[in-house]
Design a binder for this molecule. Structure first.
Ligand code: NAP
Length: 271
């Protein structure tokens, strides 16, 4: 019986315990996926996922910056579900609008650059490296979570904006290298209500984006559609890109889900 667009598919999602990653995991299961592998960084997050989804998830605990953790996550997914159709690289860190002159020293800037790029860019490559053999077998796809900051200024400071711009290059190069066997695409959310955290190098590892006073209102005011998204608002794009039926000819694409950031500012309406 057909249940959804991803019937019998298997995915692996990094940062799957929270925010956009959790919403994608849940939506993939709703769309008929047999199971979803999850790479998360704490035992508590792993327990919560197992409690919520039982044997429909295969959870690995590890840091996305670790090559071994990425390899273990792929292996655990294959062991539980027998194949891999879609890798969703999603775990990320945000720089809390650390503009150039907010850094206390060049050393702090260097540390933040490395931390943000390691999590947001290198870890996507490590996940791709680990998953590529299995995805080649199924002629599957990779989907990476980017951001409005992958295309435009103002969604963070220079380290975050540069890291997300770099991910456009990751998608384009991998789409080129891995064709015709594996499609590689991205989804670029705008401001979204999630507990996205900051870098340790800035002492912001406990600071959550959704708890910044006025953040939701500021995002809503900054985009033509006039509201801040929930994680669920983006998940249809991941389903579309993962679906072989709907996107067989789509690679190197990034779907923007940002309330119209490109045409920021609301038109003046005559009353
Ligand atoms: P989130 O709920 O905090 O999700 C981020 C995930 O990444 C969490 O599961 C977090 O784990 C995990 N993570 C971070 N560093 C990690 C590491 N070193 N090793 C393993 N896991 C790590 O926030 P989110 O907004 O959904 O973020 C998901 C993606 O969306 C990110 O790539 C972000 O840049 C992107 N994005 C977010 C927004 C927004 O406004 N929220 C806008 C555009 C793009 P913990 O839960 O343990 O911290």
């Amino acid at each position: 019986m057909t249940k959804g667009w991803l019937d019998n598919d298997v995915a692996l999602v990094t940062g799957a315990n929270s925010g956009i990653g959790l919403a994608v995991l849940r939506r993939f299961l709703d769309e008929g996926a047999t199971g979803v592998g999850a790479l998360v960084r704490s035992g508590d997050s792993a327990d919560a996922l197992r409690l919520a989804f039982g044997d429909r998830v295969a959870v690995t605990v590890g840091d996305v910056r670790s090559p071994v953790a990425n390899e273990e996550a792929v292996a655990a997914t294959l062991k539980a579900f027998g194949k891999l159709d879609t890798l969703v690289g999603n775990a990320g860190v945000w720089d809390h609008f650390a503009s150039l002159r907010k850094f206390e020293s060049g050393q702090q800037l260097a540390d933040t650059f490395r931390e943000v790029f390691d999590v947001n860019v290198m870890a996507y490559l490590l996940a791709a490296y680990a998953a590529e053999p299995a995805l080649r077998e199924t002629r599957g796809s990779m989907i990476f979570t980017l951001s409005n900051a992958a295309f435009y200024a103002g969604g963070g400071g220079p380290t975050y904006v540069a890291s997300k711009h770099a991910c456009v290059g990751v998608i384009r190069q991998l789409a080129y290298e891995l064709a015709p066997d594996i499609r590689v695409n991205g989804v670029a959310p705008g401001g979204t209500v999630t507990p996205l955290k900051g870098p340790e190098s800035l002492g912001k590892q406990g600071a959550k984006l959704s708890e910044i006073p006025g953040f939701s209102g500021a995002v809503a005011d900054a985009v033509p559609l006039g509201f801040i998204a929930l994680p669920e608002d983006h998940t249809g794009h991941y389903v579309l890109l993962a679906s072989r039926t709907n996107s067989p000819a789509t690679t190197a694409a990034v779907l923007q889900s940002d309330g119209g950031w490109e045409v920021r500012g609301r038109p003046r309406r005559k009353t």
